[in-house]
Write a protein that binds this ligand. Structure first.
Ligand code: AMP
Ligand code: ZN
Ligand code: FE
Ligand code: FE
Length: 295
């Protein structure tokens, strides 16, 4: 019963339309797929329609850009009310922060000798809720300034590189509360990848659990086998759901194919029961879908 709880469409920095992504998920044999575009719910409706038609279950989600103790942390929010005022206000701030820094990014790259313009970048981000670094990376690749997204980040866009400009991020603990008040559940995305590992210690995970965190993404391609084993142990100790997912971005991320990591039905069921409880606590009707386990 393959379950993949983390994917991106072109409404953020993936390359498939939401409906196309659902079609590919079905072709890959998935029965449950979460669409978790960065900081937006814009793809939910199209994905839900496609999922309905194809008989697979969509879990609507968002990968929220947050900050914790000075570091960027990605938080997967599943099944929140997309019209919740506190949630939409924070997402709008992140999206606006991403858009408003673009001219500065382009300016810095130009100062470093790359002949890039804002419209070069906006040409590749036309379907997205906001224009972010992955779109700048794609534009750099199109201009021949890098071979692929990864190299564009390493050469130009990562902290310390010429085109890096910081932007707004939501406070992690606040966002866990906002998601809960909106009737949703929170799962830390790839907690021990890149910079977030440094701040997401075992003690921090325990604190975040008390703040309402429901789970952590254990099986993710950014985590080697020993990290997965450690995180699985921490999840068990702290009563956190352990998920697994692809972080699919279409052709935007090589080797992160749909279903390359999956979540077990047991862990998924616990996550959904926490979502039902969050909705009840928030006084909302729950948004947890009935899963079609056959096809
Ligand atoms: P932004 O929020 O616009 O700063 O862009 C950050 C996004 O870029 C992250 O959410 C990742 O999806 C992506 N990203 C960050 N670092 C890298 C990297 N080294 N290689 C590829 N994609 C990256
Ligand atoms: Zn992404
Ligand atoms: Fe992420
Ligand atoms: Fe992601």
């Amino acid at each position: 019963m393959p379950i993949d709880l983390h994917t991106h469409s072109r409404r953020s920095d993936g390359t498939d339309a939401p409906a196309a992504l659902i079609g590919k998920a079905r072709a890959a044999g998935l029965l449950v797929v979460a669409l978790t575009d960065h900081d937006t719910t814009q793809g939910w409706e199209e994905a839900a329609q496609a999922a309905d038609q194809l008989g697979i279950t969509l879990i609507p989600g968002i990968e929220v850009s947050t900050r914790y103790q000075g570091r960027g942390v990605h938080l997967l929010a599943y099944l929140p009310d997309p019209d919740d005022p506190a949630l939409t206000a924070e997402l709008a701030l992140v999206l606006a922060g991403r858009n408003s820094r673009l001219p500065a990014v382009v300016e810095r790259l130009r100062a470093a000798g790359v002949g890039i313009t804002v419209s070069d970048v906006e040409r590749v981000s036309g379907h997205a809720a906001a224009t972010g670094r992955p779109h700048v990376a794609d534009a750099l690749v199109a201009l021949g300034a890098a071979h692929d997204r990864d190299e564009a980040f390493a050469k130009w866009l990562s902290p310390g590189r010429p085109g890096y400009v910081d932007r707004y991020a939501a406070d992690l603990v606040d966002m866990i509360g906002i998601v809960r008040n909106a009737g949703g559940v929170s799962v830390l995305a790839h907690p021990w990848s890149r910079s977030s590992r440094r701040v997401l210690t075992a003690q921090a995970l325990a604190d975040l659990r008390r703040a309402g965190l429901a789970g952590i993404e254990v099986d993710h391609n950014d985590h080697p086998a020993d990290v997965r084993a450690q995180l699985r142990g921490l999840a068990a100790d702290l009563d956190l759901v352990a998920t697994g997912s692809s972080d699919y971005h279409g052709i935007g991320k090589v080797g992160f194919d749909l279903g390359c990591n999956t979540t077990t039905p047991e862990q998924f069921d616990i996550l959904m029961s926490r979502a039902r409880r969050a909705s009840a606590d928030a006084g909302l009707v729950d948004r947890v879908p009935a899963v079609t386990w056959t096809r």
